[in-house]
Design a protein around this ligand. Structure first.
Ligand SMILES: Nc1ncnc2c1ncn2[C@@H]1O[C@H](COP(=O)(O)OP(=O)(O)OP(=O)(O)O)[C@@H](O)[C@H]1O
Ligand SMILES: [Mg+2]
Length: 263
């Protein structure tokens, strides 16, 4: 005899509802495991960022002290020397002044390097494209990696927050290309399509095993890609990283840009 439940369809109803319940339980478990992993990653990233920020402050303080501090001290001494020479040996005084001028130039360059590392003024003054172009030139200088930038439909300025996010992402991606890829070429494409900003960073280097980078995060390295992931998600964007071992790496991003165009 076939057992009947309330709906009169036989035991299959109970069987299916039990199956449905088990599927739901499994899905909820997978979701909570995913959320747990995500919150752990965020916590680790936050710790790393705080440490990195502290290290950066120490580095800037050390450079200000050791580099600029020393140069300014040397300048003061050189001016004293000129003062003493100026009346009795004007030729030596002029030579000393030339040395002083060189040291002022060096010190000014070092100061601009420091300012640039903290916040590139081109980003505020001239916008993302110019800042990115000049950063790429500096970052890839002395390597054999060619750089290409294609911007399609990007005419005005983006919202400052968006420009900063994208700039920091490109900085990390280009550093990775320089450090890890052995590429001959890297290209960045930025396109505006249907209310979205799409961007791609593509190199023709070694690629890497994407599954291994997750497990290799330790100490002060292995945070760059996770940082990119977080920045994209904070701007409500989507990210896809394709690493093809032996054939290169492609990072693709997509952001909604409604109300995100600046002046
Ligand atoms: N463009 C690339 N080409 C080849 N390998 C890459 C590329 N980008 C990343 N990788 C690999 O992925 C790993 C993780 O990159 P990630 O930027 O997260 O960390 P990292 O560069 O090692 O350290 P950091 O925390 O200083 O960025 C790298 O160590 C490298 O092995
Ligand atoms: Mg990196």
């Amino acid at each position: 005899m076939v057992a009947r439940d309330d709906c009169g369809h036989g035991c299959c109803c109970k069987y299916f509802s039990e199956q449905y319940r088990q599927k739901e339980v499994a899905e909820n478990r997978a979701l909570s495991e995913h959320l747990y992993k995500q919150s752990q990653e965020r916590g680790e990233l936050l710790n790393h960022l705080i440490t990195a920020q502290e290290d950066e402050r120490k580095r800037v303080a050390r450079e200000l002290h050791d580099d600029l501090g020393q140069s300014l001290g040397a300048l003061a001494l050189q001016i004293e020397a000129v003062e003493k020479l100026i009346e009795k040996d004007s030729e030596s005084a002029i030579n000393q002044l030339n040395l002083t001028r060189d040291l002022i130039k060096e010190t000014t360059d070092r100061m601009y390097d420091l300012i640039l590392a903290l916040r590139p003024s081109t980003l505020d003054d001239l916008g993302l494209i110019s800042a990115l172009q000049s950063h790429a030139e500096r970052c890839l200088e002395g390597s054999d990696i060619a750089f290409e930038l294609n911007t399609d439909g990007l005419t005005g300025r983006l919202e400052p927050e968006m420009e900063t996010t994208l700039y920091r992402i490109y900085q990390e991606a280009l550093t990775n290309v320089r450090r890890h890829s052995g590429a001959k070429k890297v290209s960045i494409t930025i396109t505006m399509v249907d209310g979205y900003l799409e961007s791609e960073i593509r190199d023709d280097g070694t690629g890497f095993d994407l599954s291994r980078f997750e497990s290799n995060r330790e100490g002060s390295h292995g945070w760059g890609l996770l940082g990119i992931k977080e920045r994209v998600s904070q701007m409500g964007g989507e990210l896809e990283i394709t690493a093809l071992p032996g054939r290169g790496t492609i990072i693709r991003m997509r952001f909604p840009i409604t109300g995100r165009i600046g002046g």
